[in-house]
Design a binder for this molecule. Structure first.
Ligand SMILES: C[S@@+](CC[C@H](N)C(=O)[O-])C[C@H]1O[C@@H](n2cnc3c(N)ncnc32)[C@H](O)[C@@H]1O
Length: 403
């Protein structure tokens, strides 16, 4: 990271990592306590088409808090489900025992209710929650629930990271990711790889919203990689509970520069996401030389710090650098699209374009050929002129001789 970048980060008031989205009131969504409960399994019957019962181990208070928010969310849409609840059930934050009791009452009502509904997508009552495919809002809400189940105290993430190193933590907001997916039209035809995927929330969100053929996250640090595995497990349970379809996804712990990932990155990936804002110049150099140079034609790379210097002109000096085989443009960025700064961070799109270099060499060859080509052409013309002159002279002397 350059000094200028470091200054920019220090000046900016840091937001809480992964600030919540709008499905629930903000103060409802953050779990403040993570106490051990060791309660029974929490079960929530699904009222969603093809949805599965949500089964969560009631081990910690934050699990109960999230389940309570899900209950409130669903009951707000289907008021009949609350008929057996005690009055004022949703007024304040109930303790774990009360949430467990609410789940039991809910299931008694939800089971017959859901079977009467089976076979329908229920969009009249459930609006976009009744669809098999996730809208942007539904994908954000489900990923956020998974996040909250997996990461009870997001602020703790900052403690695991060394500040101002390549492993500095920071998250891209899901709304920002949705805007990138929309702008680049990322979808089932794509394989997206998040290089440095942190706790893996973007991977899950992309699997839900873009339904890529495959979405993969690679994270170096063990602690966020562990969170990513938990988040992925909770995400699958929630998607199944809400009856939603999603694309295949994988989380790996490791160094994305490790040759074992090369085939995935250079041969399979069609979109690469790198939140490299805090990456060191050394790491940027290695990514450029060990990965980007070998990407296939057409691969799109989304970054928070641009690769290359967007030189338009290709010269003999620049044929060896990334500009020779790619072009870079600025993407639309949302305000506060990342977690670590209150300032807007620009996202960049670099597209691998090997035709640039081919065109450059063709042009160079043409230039080299042109002078000698025209020289040859003028030599031929000159010779033809001499031949004509000689013939004319011969004819004239024959005539003079009277032949
Ligand atoms: C700023 S976080 C981005 C998290 C996520 N992609 C997002 O945008 O929300 C950058 C991540 O890159 C990881 N990282 C840095 N160097 C890495 C490497 N060589 N291999 C894998 N991960 C790396 C860091 O540990 C950190 O979690």
């Amino acid at each position: 990271m350059s000094e200028a970048d470091a200054g920019r980060i220090e000046e900016s008031p840091s937001r809480e990592v992964g600030e919540p989205v709008d499905a629930m009131p903000v103060n409802d969504r953050r779990s403040s306590s993570v106490e051990v409960v060791n309660g029974d399994m929490l079960l929530l019957h699904s009222i969603f088409y093809q949805g599965k019962t949500l089964k969560l181990a009631g081990t910690h208070t934050h699990i109960y808090n999230v389940v309570f928010r899900i209950l409130k969310h669903v009951c707000k849409k289907v008021a009949q489900l609350t008929v057996a609840f005690p009055a004022g059930w949703d007024n304040d934050k109930p303790d774990s025992a009360k949430v467990a009791s609410l789940c039991k009452i809910y299931n008694r009502v939800a089971k017959p209710f859901a079977s009467a509904w089976s076979g329908s997508y229920n969009t009249d009552t459930l609006d976009d929650w009744g669809e098999r495919n996730c809208t942007q809002k539904v994908a954000i809400d489900i990923t956020t629930y998974a996040y909250e189940l997996a990461v009870p105290r997001p602020a703790d993430l900052n403690h695991y990271y060394k500040s101002f190193t390549s492993e500095t933590y920071g998250e891209t907001n899901l709304e920002q990711m949705a805007s990138i997916i929309d702008e680049l039209n990322i979808g089932p035809q794509d394989v997206l790889v998040d290089l440095g995927s942190g706790i893996g929330q973007l991977v899950c969100f992309t699997a839900a919203y873009a339904k890529c053929r495959k979405t993969v996250g690679i994270e170096l640090s063990q602690t966020p990689a562990n969170y990513a595995n938990d988040l992925g497990d909770y995400f699958k349970k929630l998607m199944n509970h809400f009856g939603k379809t999603y694309g295949r996804f994988e989380h790996y712990q490791g160094d994305f520069l490790n040759p074992k990932f090369k085939k995935l990155i250079c041969e399979e990936a069609t979109v690469i996401f790198i939140n490299n804002f805090a990456f060191s110049p050394e790491l940027m150099f290695r990514i450029t030389n060990e990965l980007l140079q070998d990407l296939k034609h057409g691969t799109r790379i989304v970054t928070t710090k641009p690769f290359g210097d967007h030189k338009k002109e290709l010269t003999v000096r620049s044929v060896g650098d990334i500009n020779a085989i790619s072009h870079t443009v600025e993407l639309k960025s949302l305000d506060y699209g990342v977690s670590w700064t209150a300032k807007q961070v620009t996202f960049w799109l670099t597209t691998m374009d090997h035709t640039k270099l081919i065109r450059y060499y063709e042009e160079e060859r043409r230039k080299k050929l042109e002078p000698s080509g025209s020289r040859e052409r003028s030599q031929v013309t000159e010779k033809r002129k001499l031949d004509h002159k000689e013939r004319d002279n011969r004819d004239t002397s024959n005539l003079n001789r009277g032949g």
